[in-house]
Design a protein around this ligand. Structure first.
Ligand SMILES: C[S@@+](CC[C@H](N)C(=O)[O-])C[C@H]1O[C@@H](n2cnc3c(N)ncnc32)[C@H](O)[C@@H]1O
Length: 802
């Protein structure tokens, strides 16, 4: 059995109730609690990280490789460690509590850089011996099962042990590397329960980080470190009056608003205090806990490891397996250096960033084994500073045309807009409102509004001042197709060598769901960007296909098309809210009876079919992170001949609109009185006549090829459309059996009748009437089927590009 197959079969056979990552960083196999909410909930709880081997292998070797893999990547700094480490081959599986092993990760003077699979290294042998000893010391804590013979026992073990709340067995140790990540979590959980006036405390120079330090450096809930501002005394915080310049008048004691519940739950996961060796370091680096740093420090703005690894794989694909030796790499927006993790040739890497504190952190990391060269790490404001400030080694490369071709600018630049405070990924400078950048001034005449985006300023400078180099960058994709980037695209002429897109919400703190790209550009080859296919990866890092990105300025949009059917000759039967052309405006697209004259269009007999097409096209495509910014386009002519498509869209719209009788006559009743057993005559028979071809239109748009046919003949509906009509008819019939009804009721009126409204006036999602709920559910199901039928035509007729 291949390793992949083995992993799949173990996952389905034994861990069906959980989410299994077939790869977590470099870890072969991981089992975690199924995410109940959506993927945005990134507080993942792992039960197992395991090594998988295709060949029969001894347990200690497998565990050794796993420990070396985890220690190298320091996975536990970012993700809370699992309850068990484990390993399996096609014969057996073994588990060992993480807490029994974790000391190994914190030993001094250990070189974690070695290849985990190389059994010959001194490090492998050392860890092997350590694990061997641990297993011998407490053999009762090692659980080994034969995958076939012990199937029952194994399943029982999993169901009894892979349970929330059992995690106490593996308390996480805090060290100088992870105390900021944990601070980030503490801010969310514990801080809100501390009953202090933060504004007053901040004025006196006390920050939330001081309370965190008081918690962190305590034993049995009593702070044991002396020279810090706030002290925890069991269930109260006190101001440390031994620290000069704090006056007692600020507060005497501060308690918890929730009886310390959140505090207790939070800290039960961590081992406190951390090892004494770290105390000084942690308190000295209180600066890292200053709020304005938080967003950068707590990992929010880091490129997640999974994408760092993937981007490096793409770089290797483009530049060859020896790319790290053959090329130079400069990350000029390095932050704390995440993007460079995993690179091997430190002599070819330079890292610069705007904040001195970040430079210090990278340097500190070097002391702790990060594979970078201290003289190649420096503070540099890429949007203001002159290249003469760069280290000579780097200047030599930039100034030599031959060497420059070998320079890869590998960055995840800030995504912030230069002038706005509502930033996605900001810089502190920006947040303070300092929007001035030399590059903005310089490139404004060349790329116009595109300078509003800091990342585009990075690209412009690289392109212009380091010409013919290579650019490999993470960024939003507006520069490929955004309307504000028209001028930029004329300026930036380069050949795309490879690229991928990933979901924005895999980056902590990024609001909104949209694609973020990693694109590799060869700036030696001048080429106008027109159309490229990029690989798409989902939140788990799985390749889920390709997507085309196009410079859409060349095209006209769906709203241009729809406006051609504007009709002021016939009476209005409804109002279409249109809004701009991209998918993300989904919720604004609606048909109603009240005209707010805000992005609206009148629906008449003259444009009813185009209106239904417009509506169906925009509603059938559900927004996702990937299509969010896609633009609906001016279609080709094929839709005109496809009567079935037109009728499908009509059926879809008839049972999916917000027409209400309280605004006037309802012209949208798709049935006759007889069909629904109505007790009275309807006020309008328009829709029924339109469907059965009885309307003789007078003046309407002449854009159709065979108007007579379309309006004067009976409409034949497809099987799927008929099913929608049938489901709708059942609903109408049921409604007309009820007391106190409105004979002319629209779909919306019917929904309101059964579902009612809550105290805020909002329509309830469901009714107490189960028959109605079932009928509605049935209608929705049929609509979904019809939508699936319409969807491919949306692409075929050019309303959207695949
Ligand atoms: C999106 S983060 C990327 C951090 C890190 N390279 C990574 O990939 O995880 C962008 C970084 O650029 C830094 N930065 C912002 N403006 C800068 C400038 N003008 N010059 C250099 N670095 C800057 C920010 O401080 C931040 O650390």
């Amino acid at each position: 059995m291949r390793e992949e197959e083995l992993k799949n079969s173990v996952a389905t056979e034994f861990f069906e109730k959980f989410d299994c990552d077939k790869i977590l960083g470099f870890i072969d196999f991981a089992v975690k609690l199924k995410l109940i909410k959506d993927a945005l909930n990134f507080q993942e709880i792992y039960f197992l990280w395991a090594e998988a081997k295709q060949k029969i292998t001894d347990i200690i070797s497998m565990l050794t490789q796993l420990v070396l893999t985890i220690g190298k990547a320091r996975t536990f700094d970012k993700i809370l460690p699992p309850m068990f480490l484990g390993c399996f081959d096609s014969e057996k599986i073994a588990f060992i509590p993480y807490s029994d092993i974790q000391d190994i990760f914190y030993q001094n003077d250990f070189n974690w850089k070695v290849a985990p699979s190389n059994k010959e290294t001194k490090e492998f042998k050392q860890i092997y011996a350590q694990i061997d000893q641990i297993l011998n010391q407490s053999p009762w804590k090692t659980f080994v099962f034969d995958l076939e013979k012990d199937e029952k026992e194994l399943k029982k073990f999993i169901s009894e042990n892979f349970v929330l709340g059992k995690t106490e067995t593996s308390k996480l140790q805090i060290d100088k590397n992870n105390f900021i990540t944990i601070y980030g979590k503490w801010l969310e959980v514990v801080k809100p329960t501390i009953a202090v006036e933060w504004a007053d405390a901040n004025k006196a120079g006390i920050i939330d980080g001081d309370f965190y330090l008081a918690d962190l450096l305590s034993e049995e809930n009593i702070t044991i470190k002396e020279k810090i501002s706030i002290l925890l005394k069991t269930n109260l915080y006190e101001l440390n009056l031994n620290v000069p310049h704090f006056s007692q008048s600020l507060f005497m004691r501060i308690g918890f608003s929730d009886n310390q519940k959140a505090y207790n739950q939070f800290w039960s996961k961590y081992e406190r205090p951390p090892a004494k060796d770290y105390w000084d370091y942690i308190t000295k680096r209180r600066d890292l806990l200053v709020p304005q740093d938080v967003r950068e420090r707590k990992g929010s703005f880091y490129t997640p490891k999974i994408w760092v690894e993937l981007s490096q794989k793409y770089l290797a694909d483009v530049f060859g397996v020896n790319w790290q030796d053959e090329y130079y790499i400069w990350d000029c927006a390095a932050g704390t250096g995440n993007l460079l993790a995993g690179l091997t040739n430190k002599y070819n890497i330079w890292a610069s960033t705007i904040d001195k504190a970040d430079v210090d952190i990278i340097k500190d990391r070097i002391q702790n084994g990060a594979n970078l060269l201290e003289s190649h790490v420096f503070q540099f404001d890429f949007l203001n500073d002159d290249f003469t400030k760069l280290p000579k080694s780097l200047q030599d490369i930039i100034n030599d045309p031959k060497l420059r071709k070998k320079l890869i600018i590998y960055i995840n630049p800030p995504y912030a807009e230069a002038a706005s405070s509502g930033t996605i990924i900001g810089t502190r400078k920006n947040k303070k409102g300092v929007a001035f950048h030399k590059t903005k001034e310089k490139y404004l005449p060349l790329i116009g509004n595109a300078t509003n985006e800091l990342s585009t300023q990075f690209i412009a400078r690289v392109y212009d001042e380091i010409p013919t180099s290579k650019l490999a960058l993470f960024s939003k994709l507006a520069y490929l197709n955004g309307a504000n980037y028209k001028k930029f695209r004329k300026f930036f002429l380069a050949k795309l060598q490879n690229g991928l897109v990933i979901p924005s919400f895999t980056f902590d703190n990024v609001k909104g769901k949209f694609p973020i790209g990693f694109l590799i550009w060869n700036m030696e080859i001048k080429k106008h960007f027109e159309r490229e296919e990029l690989d798409v990866f989902n939140v788990k890092g799985e390749n889920i296909g390709k997507k085309i990105f196009v410079d859409k300025i060349v095209s006209k949009y769906i709203n241009n098309w729809y406006s051609e059917f504007y009709d002021n000759k016939n009476i209005s039967i409804g109002i279409m809210n249109t809004r701009v052309n991209d998918v993300q405006n989904y919720n604004y697209i609606r048909i109603s009876s009240d005209n707010n004259f805000n992005h609206t269009n009148i629906i008449t007999i003259g444009n009813l079919i185009p209106s239904c097409i417009y509506f169906a096209v925009r509603k059938v495509i559900i927004p996702t992170w990937l299509n969010d910014r896609d633009q609906f386009l001016y279609p080709n002519n094929k839709w005109k001949k496809d009567i079935e498509f037109q009728n499908d869209c009509l059926a879809y719209t008839l049972f999916n609109n917000n027409i209400q009788t309280r605004y006037g006559v309802n012209h949208w009743i798709p049935f006759s009185e007889i069909e629904v057993n109505a007790k009275e005559r309807f006020e309008s028979h328009f829709m029924q006549s339109f469907i059965s071809g009885q309307v003789i239109p007078n003046a309407y748009s002449s854009l159709f090829e065979h108007e007579e046919e379309k309006f004067c003949t009976k409409r034949d509906f497809s099987h799927d459309a008929k099913k929608v009509f049938e489901a709708g008819c059942e609903l109408w019939k049921y409604y007309h059996k009820q007391p106190n009804i409105n004979i002319n009721a629209s779909l919306y009126d019917i929904r309101e009748y059964f579902q009612g409204r809550n105290e805020n006036g909002k329509m309830n999602n469901k009714s107490k009437n189960e028959t109605y709920n079932a009928l509605m559910e049935n209608l929705r199901t049929e609509l979904k089927i019809l939508a699936q039928k319409i969807e491919p035509k949306i692409y075929e007729y050019g309303f959207l590009l695949k």
